[in-house]
Design a protein around this ligand. Structure first.
Ligand code: ADP
Length: 283
């Protein structure tokens, strides 16, 4: 009945999926652990299935599908991969399972023993995934610890970017959730709704800050309106205890430059992150 256009190779027959435990609920619907039986190899694999809410607008469904096809083309060690989609309502998105869940929760739970080595490893992995996305000219627009999942104690992956882009950003965050992620956004994104590789770089900086803060949210106790004012007056997030000071200065002075063109590219940042990582690994 619906005329949703989609590449056939992205479709998965629903009979091949068995839903298991509920993992969590998000803005688009519930996420379940599930078993997927690959029709070509007959092998069973554990996956995550996002069951999209049935009240989604048809236009949203179309957008989700378009972005899903795009996302399918991204193959990277630190990006959660999309396995396929059961298209008919309720739409199911079948994605790679991250057994250790959300990064923020993981950091909070494991904070007493997590070494700096691991924190910088996570920073380097996310940076690596952005180097890859930016090399394809893809702008993520929602880089934050809440969008990073933990696949193993030594491996994190960027998740879920198809959806945040697919639906109108402002509509999703302001109208339905009242949740424009102001505290993560570059000033030009807040002021002019401009998103670019340079605004991703700013957000990556906030994400690094979250990692070294072991899952604390940025600007706690400060209102959204005050955050942008503070930033324009030159204030920045403070150095987390665990963050090497030289790396913090790089965040503060370069990555969080007010003018987008003054920020380093993600490739330049990757070089710096690798240097910091080597230093930490030596100690
Ligand atoms: P939101 O819509 O708020 O971004 P999601 O729908 O992405 O949330 O996810 C909802 C919950 O499901 C979260 O708690 C997240 O930890 C979990 N989750 C989402 N995707 C995966 C996955 N691939 N592997 C494991 N857990 C996941």
């Amino acid at each position: 009945a619906n005329s949703v256009q989609v590449d056939n190779d992205i479709r998965i027959r629903r009979e091949l999926i068995t839903l298991k435990d509920l993992i969590g609920g998000g803005q688009f619907g519930n996420v379940y652990k599930a078993i997927y039986q690959n029709p070509e190899t007959d092998e069973k694999m554990t996956v995550a299935v996002k069951v999209c809410k049935t009240d989604a607008e048809p236009a949203d469904t179309q957008l989700i599908l378009q972005e899903s096809s795009l996302m399918r083309n991204f193959r990277h060690a630190h990006i959660i991969s999309l396995i396929g989609v059961c298209v008919d309502s309720p739409m199911w998105l079948v994605i790679e399972l991250a057994p250790f869940g959300e990064l923020r929760e993981y950091l909070q739970q494991e904070k007493d023993w997590l070494p700096n080595k691991t924190l910088i490893l996570f920073c380097s992995q996310i940076c690596d995934s952005l180097v890859y996305l930016h090399s394809t000219r893809f702008v993520h627009r929602d880089i934050a610890a809440r969008n990073i999942l933990v696949c193993s104690p030594q491996c994190v992956k960027l998740a879920d970017f198809g959806l945040s882009r697919a639906l109108d950003y402002d509509a999703v965050y302001t109208a339905s959730r009242g949740k424009l992620p102001i505290k993560w956004l570059a000033p030009e994104s807040v002021n002019y709704r401009q998103f670019s590789m340079a605004s991703d770089v700013w957000m990556y900086g906030v994400c690094v800050w979250e990692i070294f803060s072991l899952g604390i949210k940025p600007w706690i106790g400060v209102s959204n309106a005050d955050v942008i004012m503070h930033i324009e007056q030159g204030a920045r997030l403070q150095c987390p205890d665990k963050c090497p000071p030289s790396f913090y200065n790089f965040l503060r002075n370069r990555i969080w430059a007010i003018e987008p063109h003054k920020r380093p590219t993600i490739d330049q940042i990757f070089g710096i992150v690798c240097d910091v990582k080597r230093q930490i690994d030596r100690n």
